[in-house]
Design a protein around this ligand. Structure first.
Ligand code: OOG
Ligand code: NI
Length: 432
């Protein structure tokens, strides 16, 4: 079959992300308010209409088999596992990856990615509860047989045609829908909640409901101020680096999760519903991707920040705040672009000095474990936290996913290398 009758995975992802956004706005009205704020702030900055397009969302799954099904589902949409995040040292019993597009073209068509966490059931201390949770999870199917059949189809034939893609998007959406009815009774819900709020969130319901969506803003401080002005219950502080002239990595804030009514299994529908707190809305602002060296310096600054009495600006004073220095010192990746002028330079630095090539930041497309912990934490009860000493296991998560997790640093390095080669080749071409 010729490829031309297949809808591109990037287009399927774009349709899916739009459908997910519409569903979430409908399910969580406060999210519509947040999205409106983001659109207004962005428009005020760029002078262009802004759709507040979602950059990411997050889900949590309960078993390796669920992780595998989700990974196959995302692959149909051109989303691949990038980065390993172990959240257990910061007291959240999960390890995670982000399913995201990996090419510049894919990101440009639609940047949606999903931070996906696998619950580490072995961290439930109460053996009886752990066994009960395992049994409950073993009995659920998160992707319908029809949708899985479409995934099989996509894998076998190398894509989906228009009608199949439409059915796939509709089926995929169902996986992430909120279930107002729990699969467990009120007493079991309470026991799961007592173990960790996250355990209740993953185990008690019919599937991995999307727990937040996150549009991108050009000015997160302004969005935060606007949330406060409109009385949205927001996170006390923005995660990530402080505000800087040259944005680095990722800054995030969110409104607090709502206590939503649900009916436990076996309950009289006329009785008072229980409430579950899980779903929220988030905003992100992204900056330059850092090299391993830059990232080490970032982590060092964060550690300084944890010392009492140190302000964010003081803690980050050691971090250069202009892109020229960030690049020269090997702290940030660069994309090299030939300016079109011919000049005979063959050395990169010389070409940069003479303006024949310009260096620009590569946008960070991944997540930050400490920030992610802060986002989890702001939406869970404080007493849920006890850091675990459980060894982190990327291999275990990869076994669940069924393939290797891609290394984000290697992806950025490849973009930088390819751009350098292309820019230098362009100069050589101009000389000839
Ligand atoms: C995921 C939290 C991590 C982020 O933006 O860092 C995250 C979750 O709450 O399931 O989405
Ligand atoms: Ni998030």
């Amino acid at each position: 079959r010729p490829d031309t009758c297949f809808v591109s995975p990037d287009v399927i992802r774009r349709r899916f992300a739009a459908a997910m956004s519409a569903m979430y706005r409908d399910e969580v009205p406060l999210y519509t308010t947040l999205r409106d704020i983001v659109a207004e702030v962005n428009e005020a900055i760029t002078g262009e209409p802004d759709a507040a397009v979602e950059r990411h969302g997050a889900i949590r799954v309960g078993t390796p088999a669920e992780m595998r099904a989700i990974a196959r589902l995302f692959a149909v949409m051109g989303m691949h596992p990038v980065g390993y995040y172990d959240l257990t040292p910061v007291g959240v019993p999960v390890h995670s990856t982000a399913f995201r597009p990996v090419t510049a073209e894919g990101l440009a068509i639609n940047p949606f990615r999903v931070f996906t966490s696998l619950l580490r059931l072995e961290l439930i201390e109460d053996a009886a509860l752990r066994a009960a949770a395992e049994t409950i999870l073993a009995g659920r199917t998160i992707v319908s047989a029809e949708t899985l059949a479409l995934v099989d189809r996509a894998e076998a034939q190398g894509g989906l045609d228009e009608a199949q893609a439409e059915a796939f998007v509709a089926g995929a959406l169902e996986v992430f829908r909120w279930h107002g009815t729990a699969r467990v009774d009120g007493e079991t819900y309470a026991r799961l909640l007592g173990s960790h709020r996250l355990v209740a969130d993953v185990v008690a319901f019919g599937g991995p409901h999307i727990n937040h969506l996150t549009p991108h803003t050009h000015d997160i401080d302004r969005v935060q101020a606007e949330m406060a002005a409109r009385g949205l219950p927001h996170k006390a502080s923005i995660e990530g680096p402080p505000r800087r002239r040259t944005a680095i990595l990722l800054r995030q804030t969110s409104f607090s999760a709502l206590a939503e009514p649900f009916v436990p299994a076996g309950a009289d529908p006329a009785s008072e519903p229980l409430r579950h707190t899980a779903r929220f809305g988030e905003v992100e602002q992204r900056g330059a991707a850092l090299t391993p060296r830059g990232r080490a310096l970032y982590d060092q600054c964060l550690a300084t920040l944890r010392n009492e009495g140190t302000s964010p600006d003081e803690a980050f004073a050691a971090f250069p705040d202009d892109f020229v220095t960030l690049r020269r010192n090997g702290l940030a990746y660069a994309r090299y672009v030939a300016t079109g002028t011919s000049g005979g330079a063959t050395d990169l630095e010389e070409a940069l000095d003479r303006g024949l090539i310009v260096a620009e930041p590569i946008l960070y497309e991944d997540f930050l474990p400490v920030s992610a912990a802060g986002i989890f934490r702001s939406n869970l009860a404080d007493d849920d936290y006890s850091a675990s000493t459980q060894a982190s296991s990327q291999a275990e998560l990869e076994a669940a996913i069924g393939r290797a997790i891609l290394d984000p640093f290697a992806l950025y390095q490849a973009i930088e290398d390819a751009s350098r080669e292309a820019a230098l080749a362009h100069l050589r071409g101009s000389v000839a």
